[in-house]
Design a protein around this ligand. Structure first.
Ligand code: COA
Length: 280
């Protein structure tokens, strides 16, 4: 399957650097800059196709997802602001009833992103609002520019978040902060987002791409087999009691000792060599 670029989702394959593994980091850019990269049906369909491709491609070791930069301002008009994703496309809400909404929001692309077994990073430069904040929350790591803004403004539309923020945001920032964000609909700055645990790192917008790709490359140079185990086990902490989670960890930790890459990692350490992962 070729990389699943579409008019609204640009996908680039960036070769993994500083590693013996080869392969690529997939850089997916949501591309509706004139609508602040709002998630319409086309974007959601493209994101689902992207997730299936990332999951099944042996070449892709990590996914970075971002929003397209604003286009140059049209004459006599102001430039659009920088945006990761300014939410679900509100124009598609007009005339929708509960039945249509259930179909649109069930088994959606944000869940596909969440369900990916490979590592995912959101690279955020600008607005991450509503569905944009939820896309970010569905990734494993969030890295934002200093000029980014986060929020769940659905309350202003007579709505609540519908792509998982009532649940995943709670896991990231806690019950009280989620209630405040959802009930006020107010935006928070990138530095506040970092302070409350919503983003992992904040950096200057000019350094965002290098900073993010550096982390993506670091992750992409590990064994995908081991990374998948790490992600699966850490996610188990969200749905299980502590004792259940510890039991899951013990099981999965032991299982790794039957893998090629565990043997190879230990061999490479002992022989002061570089590990040659086989992702198995
Ligand atoms: N859905 C559809 N279109 C959107 C959108 C969204 N979520 N967010 C922005 N846009 C569109 C605007 O309609 C506008 O289109 P136009 O130029 O064709 O009229 C364009 O993107 C630029 O947005 P604009 O509102 O003019 O920019 P701004 O700098 O004045 O304000 C925001 C930026 C982010 C504060 C504002 O766009 C906003 O509040 N967006 C909605 C955020 C939201 O409620 N998200 C949750 C949805 S569930």
């Amino acid at each position: 399957m070729d990389e699943p670029s579409s008019a609204v989702l640009k996908v680039d394959k960036i070769p993994v650097t500083d590693s013996t593994v080869g392969g690529y980091v997939a850089l997916a850019t949501i591309n509706r800059p004139n609508k602040l990269n709002a998630l319409n049906v086309d974007v959601m369909d493209s994101l689902k196709t992207l997730c299936a491709w990332v999951e099944n491609s042996d070449e892709i070791r990590c996914l970075v997802i971002t929003g397209a930069k604003p286009l140059p301002a049209e004459e006599g008009k102001r430039a659009k602001p920088n945006s990761f994703v300014a939410g679900a496309d509100i124009s598609e809400f007009v005339g929708m009833d509960s039945k249509a909404t259930k179909i649109k929001f069930t088994d959606n692309a944000v869940e596909s992103l969440w369900s990916l077994t490979k590592p995912t990073i959101a690279m955020i430069d600008g607005f991450a609002l509503g569905g944009g904040c939820e896309v970010a929350c569905s990734c494993d790591i969030r890295i934002a520019s200093e000029r980014s803004k986060f929020g769940t403004p659905e309350i202003n539309l007579g709505l609540i978040p519908g792509y998982g923020a009532t649940q995943r945001l709670v896991k990231l920032v806690g019950y009280g902060k989620t209630l405040e964000m959802v009930m006020t609909g107010e935006m928070i700055s990138a530095s506040e987002a970092r302070n409350i645990g919503l983003v992992n790192h904040v950096c200057d917008h000019e350094e965002l791409s290098d900073f993010t790709m550096n982390i993506a490359n670091k992750i992409a140079s590990k064994s995908v087999y081991t990374l998948k185990t790490a992600k699966r086990v850490i996610k188990a902490a969200l749905n299980n009691t502590l004792n259940e989670g510890i039991a899951i960890e013990a099981e999965e930790f032991a299982k790794l000792f039957d893998s090629h890459d565990q043997e190879e990692g230990v061999r490479a350490f002992m022989e002061r060599d570089t590990p040659n992962w086989r992702d198995q």
